[in-house]
Design a protein around this ligand. Structure first.
Ligand SMILES: *Cc1c(COP(=O)(O)O)cnc(C)c1O
Length: 390
C-alpha cells in the first residue's frame, strides 16, 4: 500500500482525469441501438474538430496506435509500393518495420535521434526517389522529445513536385501540439487514445483526406479489420461494422468536451509553457536535453541525457522506489542513456513541480552529478509567466 497518488509521468499512457473515468462508469449499451448511434455521431464529429478536418473523415478503431499505423498503410497502398520514412527515433523505426512486414518497400532517410525531420534532406530524398507513394512522418518522436514542423514537410513535398500521400503519426502529439489536417495538406493522420487525448489505452484513429480515400479505391493491400470502406459506410449511420469499445467512446466524448471547454489553442499553450519550464529545470540541473534543435523541442515530453557513466534506469528505479513516480525509459539505442519526462495530457503547474521535485531528489539520492537548481528555475519561469495577477 502506498498512500497518495502515483505520478505517471511517462509520455503515455498519461493520467486519466476523473471526469473521463466517471464518464466511462456506465452500463455498456447495445451498439446497434439508437442511443449508441447518437454517441457514435458525437465522437466521430468531435474527432474531426480535434484533427481539424472538414473535408475528411476520422475512423475509430478498438486498437492501440500500432493498429492505426497498419490501417493507414493497408488502406492506401499496394504490395511493393515504396514509402519514404525518416529515422527520427524508435517509433519511426517501428513504423518502418511494420511497413516491411506487410510487403511495402520503405526508403529510409538517415537522421540523428536528436532533431526532427529536416525538410531539405526530405526534399533531396524525394527528388532521388520520385516514385514513392507515401511520405510517413512521426510528428512528435516520443523516444527522443523531438518534434517535426509539418507545414515544412508539406512545403518540401510541394517544392519537389511530389504527389505522394503525406501520413503523419500524431500519437503523442494530437491534442498537445497543433495538427491542422486540412490546412497543412495531411492525407492520413494516425492517432491513439492514451496520450494527449487523456484516455486509457485501447482506441486508435486514422484521419482520412479525400485524396487518401481516392488512393484507397485503387489500393490492393489485403485488409479486413482495418478496411475504411465498411467503416465509413457504417459510420454514416453512427454505428460500426463490428463491436466498438463502447465505454472508451463514452470517455472519448468527455475528453473532447474537456478539450473544447479549455479551447484547443489554450491546451497547446499550456503544453508549451510546461515544456519550457521543464527545459529550464534540466538546464538548472546542468544536464543536457537530448533534442539539439530548439525549433524541434517537443511540448509533450522532454528527454534528458545522463551525465558521464550514470545509468538512467538506476535513477528511474530510485525515483519509483522513493517517490512512487514513473518516468519514461530510453528506448533501443537510447536504453539507459536517457530518461523521459512526460508533460502532456491532463497536467498542470503543481503536477509539474511535483514531477520535477521528484527528479531533483532522485538525482541527489542516486548520486548523479548535477546542480540542485532545476525545480527553482522552473518555478521562476512559472511565476514570470503566471496569468492571474494580484
Ligand atoms: C506510443 C506511440 C506509438 C505506439 O502506440 P501503441 O498504442 O503503443 O501501439 C507510436 N508512435 C508514437 C509516436 C507513439 O508515441
Amino acid at each position: 500500500m502506498r498512500s497518495g497518488r502515483h505520478f505517471l509521468q511517462i509520455p503515455g499512457p498519461t493520467n486519466v482525469p476523473d471526469r473521463v473515468l466517471r464518464a466511462m462508469d456506465f452500463p455498456t449499451i447495445d451498439h446497434r441501438g439508437p442511443a449508441f448511434a447518437e454517441l457514435g455521431r458525437r465522437v466521430l464529429d468531435g474527432m474531426k474538430r480535434i484533427v481539424k478536418t472538414e473535408a475528411g473523415h476520422v475512423v475509430i478503431y478498438p486498437a492501440s496506435g500500432t493498429g492505426a499505423w497498419e490501417a493507414a498503410l493497408v488502406n492506401t497502398l499496394s504490395p511493393g509500393d515504396r514509402v519514404l520514412m525518416v529515422e527520427t527515433g524508435h517509433f519511426a523505426m517501428l513504423w518502418r518495420r511494420l511497413a516491411e512486414k506487410i510487403g511495402l518497400e520503405p526508403v529510409l532517410v538517415q537522421s540523428s535521434w536528436r532533431t526532427g525531420v529536416d525538410p531539405d534532406a526530405l526534399g533531396s530524398a524525394l527528388c532521388e526517389h520520385g516514385d514513392v507513394k507515401a511520405v510517413c512522418i512521426v510528428q512528435n518522436e516520443t523516444s527522443t522529445g523531438c518534434a517535426t514542423l509539418i507545414p515544412e514537410i508539406r512545403a518540401a513535398m510541394n517544392a519537389a513536385g511530389s504527389d505522394a500521400l503525406l501520413m503523419v503519426d500524431t500519437i503523442s502529439s494530437l491534442a498537445s501540439i497543433d495538427m491542422r489536417m486540412d490546412e497543412w495538406g495531411v492525407d492520413v493522420v494516425v492517432a491513439g487514445s492514451q496520450k494527449g487525448l487523456m484516455l486509457p489505452p485501447g482506441l486508435s484513429f486514422t484521419g482520412v483526406s479525400p485524396k487518401a480515400l481516392s488512393a484507397h479505391a485503387q489500393a490492393r493491400s489485403p485488409r479486413a479489420y482495418w478496411d475504411w470502406s465498411e467503416m465509413l459506410a457504417a459510420n454514416e449511420r453512427g454505428v460500426f461494422p463490428y463491436t466498438p469499445a463502447t465505454n472508451l467512446l463514452y470517455g472519448l466524448s468527455e475528453a473532447i468536451d474537456m478539450l473544447e471547454e479549455e479551447g484547443l489553442e489554450a491546451v497547446f499553450a499550456r503544453h508549451d509553457r510546461l515544456a519550457e519550464a521543464t527545459r529550464r529545470a534540466v538546464r538548472g540541473w546542468n544536464l543536457e536535453i537530448l533534442c539539439e534543435e530548439p525549433r524541434h523541442y517537443s511540448s509533450s515530453l522532454t528527454a534528458v541525457l545522463m551525465p558521464g557513466e550514470s545509468g538512467a534506469d538506476a535513477l528511474r528505479g530510485v525515483i519509483l522506489e522513493n517517490f512512487d513516480m514513473s518516468l519514461g525509459a530510453g528506448l533501443s539505442k537510447m536504453t539507459d542513456r536517457i530518461f523521459r519526462i512526460g508533460h502532456l495530457g491532463d497536467f498542470n503547474e503543481l503536477m509539474l513541480m511535483g514531477t520535477l521535485s521528484g527528479v531533483e531528489m532522485g538525482l541527489a539520492i542516486a548520486g548523479v552529478p548535477h546542480e540542485p537548481d532545476g525545480a527553482r528555475a522552473a518555478m521562476e519561469y512559472l511565476i514570470e509567466t503566471a496569468g492571474g495577477g494580484a
